[in-house]
Write a protein that binds this ligand. Structure first.
Ligand code: ADP
Length: 395
């Protein structure tokens, strides 16, 4: 087991900066996932740890040792990739033990390791099967067992589940978590699938255009995204965003206003552009708003399409009549639409006028220009607070 540290790692190809000044540390025994859209530099970052790519600048450490210039085989890492390359003419035992046989371990040691790894990935009794007698998931488990027998300090996994069907992917997610618990080995995992990242990892490192956006536990990225990119990428469906402007003690967006104490907007002045973000589950029908401690003022909307998902219903909301009209020719701008998620027992129809409120304690504010987060959850509300205090005293 070992920790992994990247120090200002940059990788440039002729006209592309694949990895741009990434520094991060993966603790000994930690499961960290690199996640981001295709082309964001996840694989290249991992390849600098594997030794398959030499950084243009920066240094890589595994344990206490700098490995920037070491060959992959000398780094104590094992890799599992998306494309499972099993030798078709070798049975499972031979496939798993292939790397060990190259290293001339004795037969007893090889058998002991292969059987141990087969047990961990639940392939006992299948060691004599040929690859074409295995399902996709079983083949992937052979590839993982082949990585396990080498007893690595660090596992590197690049989209290992991408070629499996949806149901098997979900199953293998739990298997990988179990594997991590049993082995306790440091794992660096690469995926573009944020659900995979959220469910398996101790921490996720969100990358975009080669730059590290945030590295934090999954729920921290979800609840306190460091910037607009993370806010939009983590969470499905995505967070709603509205373009806003600072005016007096609040933010005006094209269709609703958000009261915010100026102190919360540290340093902002009238006219500054601020993006308001709210997740679909933090948008509520006004009639159900009693359970929310800090509801916004009601906003009039028209329901558009309903998407029943079984456990919840996604309700697409149009904030203006004109938005509804323009939808026919052109998609409305994102500021004209809002997605709300409600429980399946909610009485709601398409094309209905309703009042909604936003849970203020779950509103996120971002500097539009830089994308940086300003605040997660608005708790202050100077004018209204004094009003409600008065009401409480009166009653
Ligand atoms: P991801 O794994 O997030 O999809 P990659 O790390 O594979 O992204 O690639 C990041 C960027 O670097 C992409 O723009 C890709 O085209 C570019 N890139 C990766 N490898 C090479 C290479 N060998 N030569 C040139 N460009 C590359």
């Amino acid at each position: 087991m070992a920790r992994v540290r990247l120090e200002n790692v940059t990788k440039r190809y002729e006209d592309v900066t694949a990895v741009d000044d990434v520094s991060l540390e993966v603790e000994d025994g930690e499961f960290v996932t690199f996640v981001g859209p295709s082309g964001c530099g996840k694989s290249t970052t991992m390849e600098t740890v594997a030794g398959l790519t030499r950084p243009t600048e920066g240094r890589v450490f595994i344990g206490d040792d700098e490995v920037t210039d070491l060959a992959p085989k000398d780094r104590g890492v094992s890799m599992v990739f998306q494309n499972i390359a099993l030798f078709p003419h070798m049975d499972v035992f031979e496939n798993i033990s292939f790397g060990l046989r190259l290293r001339t371990y004795d037969d007893d040691e090889i058998r002991r390791r292969v059987e141990g790894a087969a047990e961990i990935v639940q392939l006992e009794g299948m060691l004599e099967r040929m690859p074409d007698e295995l399902s996709g998931g079983q083949r992937q488990r052979v590839a993982i067992a082949r990585a396990i027998v080498r007893n690595p300090n660090v596992f590197l996994m690049d989209e290992p589940l991408a070629n499996l069907d949806a149901k098997l992917r979900v199953h293998m997610r739990t298997e990988l978590q179990r594997l991590h618990r049993e082995l306790g080995t440091t794992i660096i995992y690469v995926t573009h699938d944020q659900a995979e990242a959220m469910t398996m990892s101790d921490r996720i490192a969100v990358l975009n255009e080669g730059r590290l956006q945030q590295i934090a536990p999954p729920l921290t990225c979800y609840n306190e995204p460091s910037n607009l990119f993370v806010a939009g990428f983590i969470g499905s469906p995505s967070m709603n965003f509205a373009d806003g402007t600072v005016v007096g003690d609040g933010i005006e967006t094209p269709h609703f206003d958000v009261d915010v104490d100026r102190e919360t907007l540290a340093g902002a002045t009238d006219g500054d552009e601020i993006t308001v973000g709210v997740r679909p589950e933090d948008v509520h029908l006004a009639e159900n708003a009693r359970s929310i401690e800090a509801a916004s003022d009601p906003i009039d909307v028209r329901t558009d399409v309903l998407e029943p998902m079984g456990d919840e219903v996604f309700v697409y909301l149009l904030l203006t009549e004109s938005a509804e009209r323009s939808m026919e020719e052109d998609p409305a701008s994102s500021s004209d639409q809002l997605l709300m998620s409600v429980t399946p027992d909610t009485e709601i129809r398409e094309n209905q006028t309703v009042e909604i409120v936003l849970d203020r304690s779950k509103i996120h504010l971002f500097e539009t220009q830089t994308g940086e987060a300003i605040v997660h959850g608005i708790t202050d509300r100077p004018d209204r607070e004094s009003e409600s205090t008065t009401e409480e005293v009166d009653s």
